[in-house]
Write a protein that binds this ligand. Structure first.
Ligand SMILES: *Cc1c(COP(=O)(O)O)cnc(C)c1O
Length: 525
């Protein structure tokens, strides 16, 4: 309709209202900063720099700079310099270089440390457009195409979730942590309906409201619990098995026990891909239990929901269409710039149940055709980036394949890494990988059992200091382990072998440097 109106209207000649720009008039310094030619010029230079950055095939980890030194460099750059275009350009180049070189190297083959990923470069360009046009995405009137694109991507991705098309909804949030918080709030307001108006104490009555989570749940979930008024002691931690999944056979007993302690569990959180080992909880049987007891089932798929796009891996989320809500980070395994998270609800009405507020300056009392597309009423954020645009443009141009193929490769690589580790003496993989995360320990001869955890941490630190690889660490059964997360499709099995060789070398050095180092042969752990 807007387009039709636009075509039928007589164009207004803006020039009639504007003073003529005369070359003789002195330039306004603020206007200079908005000069489109300056924009183009800077963008060209920075694109050139980024082209080199993206093409850098060197094996590099994280060049961790002493913060005091970096602060010093940044302070020097903050000092006012000459006020000329050349001086500004030089300083800008220095700042961009410093930005690029310090910090995590997500496009490097040595980067195996975290869940952040190198973004599809085109998605970065779309993000640049978003930054320039700066449309806040919570309201249709302000960000029309992003709101329509949200609707489209919700429908596209729901083909892989399987919610009833007429009933489900999706809202974007700045990160999985915020999505988990929003979902928990929706769950609380649905199962304890008076909590929004009268407070949690009144709404809960005599029972104390509680949530049940995996013993290995992401910290954002327990943090969200605290924010919505669920204390530490009202969190029921469900035991996990060797693979890091919730031990389904023990859930009913744990819930019964919680009830005996006066807790009323209103929400059960399953993880589709735990952060530490990438384990997928069995959704189907957990959905059975949630249904029996009228508990809201939230699935934290921040890391692993993207596996839904892979035909051969979707089974890890079997039963996902039964979850009341699902957190899905696109800035992890969909490779778009952070933050871009999608929060799905099985039942549209419940999404609006998270918040019940009047705000006459933004919310319409009577929904019109525009307000129906607004996300703000189901969203903690007011101003929000039009984050869906990166994902939608990639999807519109290339469809599912680049996402599915990349995820598939990364998961296959992780399985190969597991096999390599299994064959390698003195390395122990700690689980069969279910996605692209793998945890293991190095246990050379001569290492004492009591040192096992500290030794892994030392290895991680030495590897990081070496500057060629970046890996992380995580505690498993209370003992530190090494952790790799493969997010870069340029990493090949040979890079994994190089990493293991480096770990072995570093491990030997650490043992040799010990005071009175004696290789106690035979004292293998
Ligand atoms: C990464 C992660 C989160 C947090 O998401 P952010 O987007 O970093 O806020 C939550 N849950 C799981 C399982 C994660 O892996």
């Amino acid at each position: 309709m807007y387009l039709a109106n636009k075509l039928s209207e007589q164009p207004i000649a803006l020039d009639d209202f504007q003073e003529q720009d005369t070359d003789a008039a002195p330039r306004d310094p603020i206007a200079d900063l908005f000069d489109p030619r300056l924009f183009r010029n800077n963008a060209d230079r920075i694109s050139e720099r980024l082209e080199k950055y993206l093409g850098d095939a060197s094996l590099r980890g994280l060049a961790l700079t002493d913060p005091a030194l970096l602060l010093q460099s940044a302070k020097a750059l903050t000092k006012p310099g000459a006020d000329t275009p050349e001086a500004h350009q030089n300083k800008l180049a220095e700042i961009i270089d410093l930005y690029i070189e310090t910090g995590i190297q997500v496009y490097s083959r040595g980067y195996m440390g975290r869940q952040f990923s190198g973004a599809f470069p085109l998605a970065g360009i779309v993000d640049l457009v978003s930054s320039i046009v700066n449309q806040p995405a919570s309201f249709y009137e302000a960000a029309q195409l992003p709101n329509v694109a949200e609707r489209i991507m919700a429908e596209e991705l729901n083909r892989f979730i399987g919610y009833v098309p007429e009933r489900f909804t999706m809202v974007t949030t700045s990160g999985g942590s915020l999505a988990n918080l929003t979902a928990l709030l929706a769950a609380r307001n649905d199962r304890l309906p008076r909590s929004w108006s009268e407070g949690l104490d009144v709404a809960a009555g005599t029972a104390r409201p509680a949530i049940a989570v995996s013993a290995d749940v992401h910290y954002s979930v327990t943090r969200a619990a605290g924010i919505i008024g669920i204390g530490e002691q009202q969190i029921v931690r469900l035991p996990i098995n060797r693979q890091g999944q919730i031990e389904v056979a023990e859930v009913r007993a744990a819930l019964d026990d919680a009830e005996r302690r006066g807790l009323k569990v209103f929400c059960l959180v399953a993880s589709s891909g735990t952060t530490s080992v990438g384990a997928f909880d069995a959704i189907d049987p957990l959905a059975d239990i949630a249904a029996e007891r009228d508990i809201w089932l939230h699935v934290d798929g921040a890391h692993g929901a993207s596996l839904l796009l892979c035909d051969a891996r979707r089974h890890r989320l079997r039963g996902i269409e039964r979850a009341d809500s699902l957190t899905w980070d696109a800035h992890k395994l969909l490779f778009v710039p952070a933050a871009c998270t999608l929060l799905f609800y099985k039942n549209r009405a419940k999404a609006h149940g998270a918040f019940r507020q009047d705000a006459s300056y933004v919310f319409e009392k009577r929904a019109d055709i525009y307000a129906e597309f607004d996300g703000a009423e189901k969203n903690i954020e007011c101003t929000k980036r039009p984050m869906i645009m990166t994902l939608w443009v990639m999807w519109a141009l290339y469809g599912r394949s680049p996402f599915a193929d990349k995820i598939d490769y990364l998961c296959r690589l992780t399985a190969q890494a597991h096999d390599i580790l299994t064959d390698e003496p003195e390395f122990e993989p700690l689980h069969a990988p279910e996605s692209n995360i793998l945890c293991f320990r190095h246990q050379p001869a001569g290492l004492r059992l009591a040192e096992l955890g500290d030794f892994q941490i030392e290895i991680r630190n030495w590897i990081r200091a070496g500057g060629r690889f970046f890996i992380s660490k995580v505690d498993i059964d209370g003992v530190a382990a090494l952790r790799v997360v493969f997010m870069n499709h340029e990493i090949k099995p040979e890079h994994v072998r190089l990493l293991l060789r480096e770990i072995r070398r570093v491990g030997r050095e650490i043992l040799d440097q010990r005071p009175g180092a004696s290789h106690e042969i035979g004292q293998r752990v």
